[in-house]
Write a protein that binds this ligand. Structure first.
Ligand code: CP
Length: 372
């Protein structure tokens, strides 16, 4: 049987997302009713990078569903230190468990894992690429606050270059009609070109860019703040130059509408003053709490192989073919194919000439198209 994985937020249709959110609503209303839904199931958590919210909320989610948890939060305690590859690790742990959550510093790591796994894989963040379960949490909180996920103006502020939560949020929210984005960042940390290009294409919402919170805050429904990702900088002098560029404080909150909400995937460093926490529009702690319920719903749906997420699976390869030819190579030095060379290249070839790495989402210069 074909497995469902969650590698990117767009792996689930809008209908499936709504089903997941409705299940999370029910769990919040009556958590005890779900206490045994995953009895006998084992979740493995492989965290190759630090985490508080994602790991603990997944573990709490599985325990609250009556299942069990195995895993590591420090890869130095695993055979990774002896040189074991990620894909070999996955072959092993997927034989011990029913579902695996993986956070990895290398872009495309979870996608590679999904190709070698006997059980569903959930991407808990891969380098600067994607963080789809954070996006489920973000969307759930937005839906709870506004009653909808469309026709919203979303300011995304901070490290848009390396911030994987921002990439996943744009991918997800751009599927709903009428949403508009304002990208607020220093020039060095602006949103990657491929994400902006995708937004500018037909039937997609628009965006504009600015450098300060003050320029945009009064027009926003949502201000999504993010941390400058120190760990992704190769030059720490550059980090020092940009680290204080966008800071939200109570003075700037005075410029915002009374119904605007502030979200943040957390952890924060100094980009939101602690005084803002007392403002009723600050929703980032609620957002983190929602994460556990959304992950409970996600575990239930991915583990239920007779349920709707398996019955109505869409084709994964609609609109493209996958080339595994050596001549087609991902150009991203941070792609998993560069770290685990035995992995075959997987380049998605679209009929309009686009070529996109199936692991890390890098857009590769196109030179040809395929015939349908
Ligand atoms: N938002 C988030 O991913 O937090 P952690 O890094 O603590 O998991």
């Amino acid at each position: 049987m074909k497995l469902r994985h969650l590698i990117e937020p767009t792996d689930f249709s809008i209908t499936e997302l709504e089903e997941l959110f409705k299940l999370a609503d029910l769990i919040i209303k009556n958590p005890l009713e779900y206490s045994f839904k995953c009895k006998g199931k084992i979740l493995v958590t492989l965290f190759y990078e630090p985490s508080t919210r994602t790991r603990f909320s997944f573990e709490a989610a599985m325990l609250r569903l009556g299942g069990s948890v195995l895993g590591f939060s420090d890869p130095n305690s695993s055979s990774t230190t002896k040189g074991e590859t990620l894909t070999d690790t996955i072959r092993i742990v997927s034989g011990y468990s029913d579902i695996v959550v993986i956070r990895h510093p290398v872009e495309g790591g979870p996608k590679a894992a999904s190709l070698f796994s006997n059980v569903p894989i959930i991407n808990a963040g891969d380098g600067g690429h994607q963080h789809p379960t954070q996006t489920l949490t973000d969307l759930y909180t937005i839906r709870a606050k506004f009653g909808r996920l469309d026709h919203l103006k979303i300011g995304i502020c901070g490290d848009l270059k390396y911030g994987r939560t921002t990439h996943s949020l744009v991918n997800a929210m751009s599927r709903y009609p009428g949403n508009e984005f304002v990208f607020i960042s220093p020039e060095e940390l602006c949103m990657p070109e491929n994400i902006k290009k995708a937004l500018a294409s037909d039937n997609k919402p628009g965006y504009h860019e600015c450098r300060t919170i003050e320029e945009a805050i009064s027009e926003l429904d949502i201000l999504y703040m993010t941390r400058i990702q120190r760990e992704r900088f190769t030059d720490l002098n550059e980090y020092d130059r940009v680290k204080d560029s966008c800071i939200l404080d109570t003075e700037k909150m005075k410029l915002a509408g009374e119904n605007m909400i502030v979200l943040h995937p957390l952890p924060r460093v100094n980009e939101i003053h602690h005084d803002v926490d007392n403002d009723k529009r600050a929703c980032y702690f609620l957002q983190a709490e929602n994460g556990m319920y959304v992950r409970m719903a996600l575990l239930m749906l991915l583990l239920d192989r007779t349920g709707s997420f398996y019955q109505n699976m869409a084709s994964e390869t609609a609109g493209f073919v996958i080339s595994t030819e050596e001549s087609e190579e991902c150009t991203n030095p941070k792609c998993i194919t560069k770290i685990e060379p035995p992995l075959k290249q997987r380049i998605k070839l679209y009929s309009d000439g686009r070529k996109i790495c199936d692991y890390c989402g890098t857009h590769i210069e196109s030179c040809c198209t395929y015939e349908e």
